[in-house]
Design a protein around this ligand. Structure first.
Ligand code: BGC
Length: 754
């Protein structure tokens, strides 16, 4: 049979820089070039490539380079792009150079390693999660993937699904909250969106990278059953939903061994129990051995320049030669990478050879919609919001809201379209080498003015409490922008707003009762002034259209519909750990705290997780602690009623009920299904949810099927799930605490595979 030259294949052959003439000729003879045969599965095609490769070519696949280091190496293209890493391709076999970019919130360009290269910045992943809308997650991923492709990146270091076990996590803003079901579903949708562009997305950081403090030396400890029911479940659901080409193993140790050489994680669970076929890449500087890591299941060493030694080059070659790493295992490593590349469509549809135009307006709309769906209305006493556009003197205080909105820091940092109006370099700390505190050019003040053309809108920076209060007295309406910055590589050590903002907000609210607080943060913050302020929005880091999104919510152009994906505790002490573990260990130890060096040299420490699988709201429920705002909470300018619950059991638990928009405006609601298993001490957990839009007075009948893994317990002996027979309590809630309808159903005993 003759191979057909599709237009894309022709492009490839005609010089999209990937296939040489010899491969082009052999495309006519598929029996000799089975890797070109699209009728074969990705694994079989990858296997055929492996058989055709030389040892040196294979060595290229198992290690990526920091681009400048790759200059002039065999297989290196002339146009290396400064970014996170490059795997040098094998042109004669059509294996593309892999160009990797961070991309949690957009195509990253942290410290402007590519001068002038801007991209669309989505809001924080917590905002995306707050939408409870997989479609928003998909659209965000699809947008980022399209920009990446247009910029010639083909592997995105996106898909962060670590659970936010701690409210102070430095990277909480890059993750999707504290619940495995929500995180897994949203993460999977995001990855699917990225990969709809025929490029690879990772899912990261596998696994249990639960804190940033000492992230390279912390040994995170929890029994495997509890891990399966929590952090690992989020990964499993994300992999099922998104089919990522790659999994990134994390910096930390898990139960005594580094994640990137942890055989239980990488081989027994990921490959064995879950049947994952793509490749495991390391986090940057997370490799600590050669044979041990390779034999445990690590396929590719990323950011190897940051490793203590160059583990996956000459040393790996020698280990393969001596048999310390079996040849079959080495071939598996190469095949896994190529399987991910083929499976995602990248091999057959390589990225263009030159940069392509980007529809920045359309992409900005994606960012704005994500922000609008993700902003959470936390308080609205006396129906203060939405604001009528009647105020003559509007005062805006703090947060650089005159020029922009805050962004989180670290590898996810996007230099957004429109520029960076404020940029503050870090003087010290683990993030100093690669993070800066920046604002996106989306001024809330401009957006408020645009919606209130007749008003006088002014700004004070809020650093002088007395001046802010005096200005507030003279205004008709005060909008305070409170900020709390977070970054990768560091946790915040308190949930209190920094820089005396609490005192300023209290003084301003005392001076003017028409005060609204908009919090821009990467996670929960404390609100000692809450009772004194009639209206509060959680805007997260709202991305490059955050100013417009906030203004649209404040003035009722958009009805808020976000729901908290993470509990806001009433005090630091309510959380399972009131502070990051190991702050003392890193205090005087550069090797321990530095994100850019292999922490293996430093003395490690252990973090225990007494909450086990009961992460977030389930911990607070177990302790009977009333948080400031519960998981799933969020107000609207309308209100929703639930009725007519029916719960059915047997083999599966299904609920159906009616949702009515009982208020005066159209809006979106997120009814949430919480189920409590019959087992002793179990607390309710999210087993289903759906975001629905309803017109005033409209009623919709909703059916939700409980995800059965959220009802079951992991049985480590049989390496599978066990759902115990009994009566399961099912509740439909507005949030984790406000359970409007309850019922129950009996389920049959069942065991099932992961
Ligand atoms: C981060 C990863 C990131 C990588 C490459 C690491 O420090 O943990 O999330 O993808 O750097 O920038």
């Amino acid at each position: 049979m003759r191979a057909i030259l599709t237009p894309k294949r022709f492009l490839l052959l005609a010089g999209a820089a990937c296939v040489s003439l010899s491969a082009a000729a052999s495309a006519e003879q598929p029996e000799q070039t089975p890797w070109l045969n699209r009728k074969l599965g990705a694994e079989a095609r990858a296997d055929a490539l492996v058989r055709a490769m030389t040892m040196d070519e294979k060595m290229q696949i198992v290690r990526t380079w920091f681009p400048p280091k790759a200059q002039g190496m065999p297989g290196a293209p002339d146009d290396l792009i400064p970014s996170a890493g490059e795997m040098l391709g094998v042109p004669r076999l059509g294996i593309p150079t892999l160009r990797e970019s961070d991309a949690s919130l957009g195509v990253a360009n942290q410290i402007e390693q590519r001068k002038g290269d801007t991209a669309t910045a989505l809001p924080a992943s917590l905002a995306t999660a707050a939408s409870f809308d997989p479609e928003i997650a998909y659209q965000g991923g699809a947008m980022i993937g399209a920009e990446a492709r247009a910029k010639r990146f083909n592997v995105l270091l996106a898909g962060g699904v670590n659970l936010t076990r701690d409210p102070w996590g430095g990277r909480d803003f890059e993750y999707l909250g504290e619940d495995p079901l929500l995180t897994g579903v949203m993460g999977g949708a995001h990855i699917r969106g990225v990969q709809s562009n025929h490029i690879v997305s990772t899912i990261k950081h596998f696994a249990f990278n639960a804190q940033e403090t000492g992230r390279m030396i912390v040994d995170a400890r929890l029994d495997w059953a509890a891990l399966h029911e929590s952090d690992l479940l989020a990964f499993k659901l994300g992999i099922e939903g998104g089919h990522p080409g790659s999994v990134m193993c994390s910096y930390n140790l898990v139960n005594g061994d580094w994640a990137c050489q942890n055989k239980t994680l990488l081989t027994d669970i990921l490959r064995g129990q879950w049947g994952y076929k793509g490749w495991v890449m390391s986090d940057w500087g997370a490799v600590h051995s050669t044979a041990k890591a390779a034999n445990a299941g690590l396929d590719q060493d990323s950011g190897a320049e940051l490793d203590r030694e160059d583990f996956f080059r000459e040393r790996l070659k020698a280990a393969v030669a001596s048999g310390e790493v079996p040849k079959t295992r080495f071939d598996d490593m190469v095949r896994n990478v190529l399987t991910g590349v083929i499976e995602t469509g990248l091999y057959d549809d390589p990225v263009p050879a030159t940069n392509q135009p980007i529809d920045t307006d359309a992409h900005a709309r994606v960012a704005q919609k994500a922000a609008e769906e993700g902003i959470v209305l936390l308080r609205n006493a006396g129906g203060m919001l939405p604001l009528a556009a009647t105020a003559k003197r509007i005062l805006i205080i703090g947060g650089h809201a005159d020029v922009g909105v805050l962004s989180g820091g670290g590898s996810s940092q996007v230099r957004s379209t429109g520029g960076v109006p404020v940029e503050i370099p870090l003087k010290s700390g683990p993030a100093a080498s690669f993070a800066r505190t920046t604002w996106h050019n989306s001024s809330p003040m401009r957006a408020v003015q645009a919606l209130n053309p007749g008003a006088h809108v002014s700004y004070v920076d809020g650093t002088d409490t007395a001046a802010a209060a005096a200005a507030a007295k003279a205004a008709d309406l005060v909008l305070v922008f409170a900020t709390q910055w977070r970054t990768e590589a560091e946790d915040v050590t308190t949930l209190a707003l920094p820089d005396k903002q609490d005192a300023m907000i209290a003084a301003v609210a005392a001076a003017n009762p028409h005060t609204v607080v908009i919090v821009e943060s990467g996670g929960p913050v404390l609100m000692p002034w809450l009772d004194k302020v009639p209206a509060v929005l959680a805007a997260w880091y709202p991305g490059q259209r955050g100013g417009e999104a906030i203004a649209n919510i404040l003035f009722g152009r958009v009805n808020p519909s976000g729901r908290l994906p993470i509990t806001f505790p009433a005090s630091d002490r309510q959380a399972p750990r009131p502070q990051p573990v190991g702050l003392d260990a890193i205090a005087n130890d550069d090797a321990a705290s530095n994100a850019g060096s292999a922490g293996g040299e430093a003395k490690g420490f252990t973090a225990d997780y007494p909450e086990g699988a009961d992460v977030g709201y389930r911990w607070y429920a177990k302790r009977a602690q009333r948080p400031l705002f519960p998981f799933g909470f969020g107000l609207s300018y309308t209100h929703f009623r639930y009725a007519n619950l029916k719960v059915s059991g047997g083999a599966a638990l299904t609920v159906s009920f009616d949702v009515t928009n009982a208020g005066p405006r159209s809006g979106a609601d997120v009814p949430q299904l919480y189920v409590t298993p019959p087992t002793g001490g179990a607390v309710a957990r999210l087993s289903g949810f759906q975001r629905i839009e309803l017109q005033p007075g409209e009623t919709r009948h909703v059916t939700l099927n409980a995800e059965r893994r959220t009802l079951a317990a992991w049985d480590e002996a049989s390496k599978g799930w066990h759902l115990a027979a009994g009566s399961y309590r099912a509740a439909i809630g507005h949030d984790a605490l406000d359970l409007a309808l309850t019922g129950s159903a009996t389920l049959a005993d069942q065991r099932f595979e992961p």
